[in-house]
Design a protein around this ligand. Structure first.
Ligand code: MOS
Length: 750
């Protein structure tokens, strides 16, 4: 992998460099402060009491016992919860999710907050919550597909259409030489970011300071402001670091609202820090899906029809449905494609966005189904995918803004050694006698942008400060965004201060959908160019400047100097220009957003190809991924070091989806029985093999000004299928539910 990738000179020299993370030293020395590290004077501690049943009512709680605890200051229940300016059941804001804030005595899932204890110490609040000893009128828990209520939702994801398609599926199936119907189940997964959700609230009159990790800082202020009837500007939300977000920190939650409410009522700062166990329920999750793929194939192995239906689980009281079938809309060519969804209401917390919502679960099913189709046609899985390569987006007929998927297939296959793969399964063993298999999957993720804005200020000493509210949740935004801003300013990143991570800055939009670099990056790029243009204006109108008469478009900004575009012997430093003009600084502003015309004209998608080797113990059925190589094309790469880390993280998440993660509900109580790190398995270093991420260059003049697509989530999408298909190739057993279990493969081994 090259250390740097080609970058248009206009962007300056620093963007495209594999800089280390600017926050790295703060993190490794423990100097970075996370929300729960804040301890303002006089602070109280809040602990939610949570429901032990999954459906019914709370009929009584021993509030008197909790209040009698010497450290307990207040106990909030639905009976005394002070009013909010909005009904928590109302859907507010862009994401439009219901809040849970003690609005009534109903229990809708196990782990739901049913009371809120505030005390002088964390121990007292915890003991107070235990003393409540709630009594319930319980109804049977509905936590299985059989007991849930099937329904037709109005939308999938955050507002996506239920059904999208083109062509005649039944005609395509009727005309096919081979027909295939295959079903999949994917599990409940919980985000399990390293940093549990936390919030410290402090009121000063009608001004509110919040320390809380958040992926959409300014938007969150708007939502909190609505619940408390204050202007959003009155809220200062500080979120300098997130210990992972994964989608779960994009939408505020009821427990945060209750913490803010308690701080106002009690006139003291209040801290909430959820335990690991308390995060299994009220802060979102990736919900189960049941997916069916129907495919028709002609004699040459080309799809004649592709119908992908996904039934997604959601809660009994809100409507987030995993848009899983969407994965089939854009990847493979077929004269008929139909993607459809419906829902099942279960007694669980409301699901939400979790790393590649839709594509992760959907492509897990699609990529295994595609492998099954290749098998039916007797084709190599790579040859089959190339035979069904979409040259234009199949349903819309739009050209892709760029699509180097073919190059990803080639580079990944070459690096992996795919050409020597035997076609039939169960042909390879390693020197230890392990059944060895090779599998692949195609990666795909869309490239959304969110409206964002930024400021750039060039100062008298020739350095600059750039500002946008932002969120670095571990992905490296602090670094990549600073590189973009510095490049636009013609400065080295070391000369640019990056102010970010709080709400009294221009709105950086959402750090989600893998769209933060593209969105906030474009805003910073435009702000930087705007500041440079103002500087150029000063110089080119000043007869004493060597740049006199160049006009503000006639200059280039490099290394702290402006150069005449057509004569680089004419130049002047930023400091000199400002000094002669007698100005302390010049300021620029910029915005980032998707150009509607580009979205109208082009299909905007990032792509990749993932190859995995799995070894299966022929006696024990234990499965281990021993090698993984992904090749990805996601437009321009701002920082290859950080992008590689994102790709590898995505691939590990895919491995985890394939083999590890699942929240298991007890059918009788509805409770999650493995709601901690002892029982909920995430991969550790020993589970993660040698991995490589290959970056395929893609010049995309259409996706946005920077040519950036986004790298955060795509790594998950091809990886689940690659691992599952490698298990098939090792054993002959075809996985249809995730995670793949030892007991699933064992029968095929005897
Ligand atoms: Mo995400 S699930 O785009 O934070």
């Amino acid at each position: 992998m090259p250390d740097t990738l080609p970058f248009p000179p206009r962007m300056g020299s620093n963007a495209g460099q594999p800089l280390s993370r600017r926050d790295g030293p703060l993190k490794v020395t423990g100097a970075a402060t996370f929300a729960a590290d804040n301890h303002p004077e006089g602070m109280l501690y809040a602990v939610p009491a949570t429901a032990a049943i999954a459906r019914g009512r709370v009929t009584g709680m021993n509030v008197a016992a909790a209040r009698a605890h010497p450290g307990v200051v207040e106990v909030y229940t639905p009976a005394n919860r002070p009013p909010l300016m909005h009904d928590p059941d109302e859907k507010l804001g862009l994401f439009g999710m219901r809040m849970e804030a003690l609005q009534n005595d109903s229990v809708r899932y196990a782990g739901q907050p049913i009371a809120f204890v505030v005390a002088e110490t964390l121990e007292a609040a915890t003991e107070g919550a235990a003393l409540l000893a709630p009594e319930y009128a319980a109804e049977p828990a509905r936590v299985t597909a059989e007991t849930g209520e099937r329904y037709t939702p109005e939308r999938v994801g955050f507002g996506g259409p239920l059904s999208v398609g083109a062509g005649d599926i039944e005609a395509g199936l009727a005309a096919a030489a081979h027909r295939l119907e295959t079903r999949f189940e994917t599990p409940d997964q919980y985000h399990n970011a390293m940093e549990p959700h936390a919030l410290v609230a402090q009121w000063d009159g009608d001004k509110l300071t919040l320390d809380t990790p958040n992926q959409a800082i300014v938007m969150a202020c708007g939502l909190f402001a609505a619940y408390f009837g204050i202007p959003a500007e009155n809220i200062h939300l500080r979120s300098p670091f997130l210990g992972g977000g994964f989608g779960s920190k994009a939408v505020p939650t009821g427990a945060q609202i209750l913490t803010i409410l308690a701080a106002r009522e009690l006139g003291r700062p209040v801290k909430l820090a959820l335990t690991r166990q308390q995060m299994f329920g009220p802060v979102g999750h990736r919900a189960r899906t049941w997916q069916t793929l129907r495919m028709g194939l002609d004699g040459a192995g080309k799809l004649t029809a592709l119908h992908h239906h996904s039934t997604g689980a959601t809660s009994s009281f809100d409507d987030f449905i995993e848009p899983a079938a969407a994965a089939s809309r854009t990847l493979y060519a077929s004269p008929a494609i139909l993607t459809t969804h419906d829902g099942i209401r279960l007694d669980t917390g409301t699901p939400g966005a979790m790393r590649a919502p839709g594509e992760a679960s959907g492509s897990a099913a699609l990529e295994v189904a595609i492998d099954e189709a290749a098998e039916v046609c007797g084709m190599n899985p790579l040859a089959f995918r190339l035979a069904n390569y979409a040259e234009v987006e199949p349903i819309t007929g739009k050209p892709y803004s760029s699509k180097a998927l073919r190059e990803c297939y080639e580079a990944g296959a070459k690096a992996f050694g795919w050409a020597s793969r035997p076609l039939a399964p169960r042909q390879m063993r390693d020197e230890a006698g392990m059944l060895t298999g090779w599998g692949m999957g195609t990666a795909v993720f869309h490239c959304p942008m969110f409206p964002a804005s930024a400021e750039a200020v060039i100062r008298a000493d020739g350095t600059a400060v750039i500002r946008t509210s932002g969120a670095d949740m571990g992905q490296g935004a602090w670094t990549a965004l600073a590189q973009i801003g510095a490049a636009a300013l013609g400065l080295d990143p070391d000369q640019v201060e990056f102010e970010s991570g709080h709400s009294h800055l221009p709105d950086a939009g959402v750090a989600g959908g893998s769209g933060h670099t593209a969105s906030a990056g474009q805003a910073l790029h435009n702000a930087g160019e705007d500041a440079v243009a103002r500087l150029a204006e000063l110089a080119s109108t000043d007869p004493a400047s060597p740049l006199y008469g160049t006009g503000n478009a006639g200059v280039l900004a490099r290394r702290g100097r402006l150069y005449a575009r057509d004569d680089e012997s004419r130049s002047e430093s930023y400091a000199e220009i400002l000094a002669r003009a007698g100005k302390p600084q010049v300021e620029g502003t910029g915005k980032g957003a998707r150009d509607p015309a580009s979205a109208e004209t082009y299909a905007l998608q990032a792509h990749g190809a993932v190859f995995a080797e799995v070894k299966v113990d022929p006696e024990l059925g234990q499965m281990r991924v021993s090698r993984m190589i992904g090749a990805f094309a996601a437009g321009r790469i701002i920082n290859p070091k950080l992008a590689r880390s994102q790709y590898l993280g995505g691939m590990i998440w895919g491995l985890s989806f394939a083999l590890h993660e699942e929240a298991i509900h007890d059918r009788r109580t509805g409770r999650i029985v493995n709601a901690d790190f002892a029982g909920y398995h995430v991969p550790v270093n020993a589970d993660v093999p040698e991995m490589e991420a290959i970056m395929i260059h893609e010049d995309d003049p259409h996706v946005n000004v920077l040519g950036v697509k986004g790298v955060g989530e795509i790594g998950i999408t091809g990886s689940v299928g690659a691992v599952a298909n490698a298990i098939w190739h090792a054993t002959g057993f075809r996985p249809h539910r995730f995670p793949v279990r030892i007991e699933d493969v064992l029968p095929s081994l005897s």
